[in-house]
Design a protein around this ligand. Sequence first.
Ligand code: SAM
Ligand code: DTB
Ligand code: SF4
Length: 327
Amino acid sequence: MHSATMVLKRPATPHPENTNWSVDDVEALLGLPLMELVFRAAEIHRQFFDPTKIQLSTLVSIKTGGCPEDCGYCPQSVHHDTPVADQPMMTVDEVVDAARQAKANGAGRFCMGAAWRGPKDADLQKTLEMVREVKALGLETCATFGLLREGQAEQLKNAGLDYYNHNLDTAPDKYADIIQTREYEDRLDTLGKVRKAGLSVCCGGIVGMNETRTDRAGLIAQLANLDPQPESVPVNNLVQVVGTPLQNAERLDWTEFVRTIAVARITMPASYVRLSAGRREMDEATQALCFLAGANSIFYGDKLLTTGNPDVVADQALMSKLDLQAL
Ligand code: SAM
Ligand code: DTB
Ligand code: SF4
């Protein structure tokens, strides 16, 4: 083992996860002096994780565009006139080739996304084959297919799925401003089904959607009060796409993004906090501060679902500069 690793990693101290965060408590954390906040988050990070390691997830969009939902941030909705066209579902072979490439690049997890409100049974059957084959390559598997009906989470679990990604996206009070075709409760219901099936939960949200700091606190409180807390928490900075209702949203200052990461780390100490969408628009120093503030996971690969992500070579160079090693 790398000697610095042994020095840096302190044993995990017993720290019962608090799943009773009030929005006020979370907002107070967000308002701490920035250096104090980052320091506290970095301390907690070290109690639970080796801060020299990051988890790498590669995304592939197995079904792009034509989604009936109206999420205001999303380029894949039929409700918005964006450059993303409705495309057929990828074949199993195409998905397995993408997974092989992801593994060769050093990813540990492969996440399959689909622009669905939820999977139709016939479509789900095709995805089960993808999950089985990707799992057989020795990668962790993750899927994000939208709302699930009774029994679907169990089928995914039996096929070898490790994680299901289903984001709460924003605060409960803000949800109806962003999405009209479903309710917060629908999301919580699917998260319950995912847990019940024994899948690990990947659940986070998006910032930079004209929300207030109180809204950000509301989102984090919701995530942190899931019991048990999600194993993986993607924090996305909105990627503004032409044609979506949020294309001109006010951009979040980088310090506020770092605060959000730090507070996710403090409130969900044992979760992987993923510095997610929006990283291509972020300079390296800001990303480094996010890692210091407790982010320990990224989307890794030249593309997210329909938008860009930093190139693999650029991320490898960044990890090397920051002495971060892939898990
Ligand atoms: N259709 C499924 C659903 O909504 O659950 C799965 C795919 S959907 C694209 C997955 C997640 O991508 C959303 O919950 C949202 O958090 C994120 N997302 C979509 N568009 C985004 C954007 N423009 N910027 C940042 N994150 C985005
Ligand atoms: C998540 O929280 N972010 C990812 C993944 N889970 C599915 C998706 C980001 C999508 C960004 C916009 C796009 O590429 O279409
Ligand atoms: Fe559809 Fe998911 Fe995009 Fe919403 S976020 S429009 S459900 S693909």
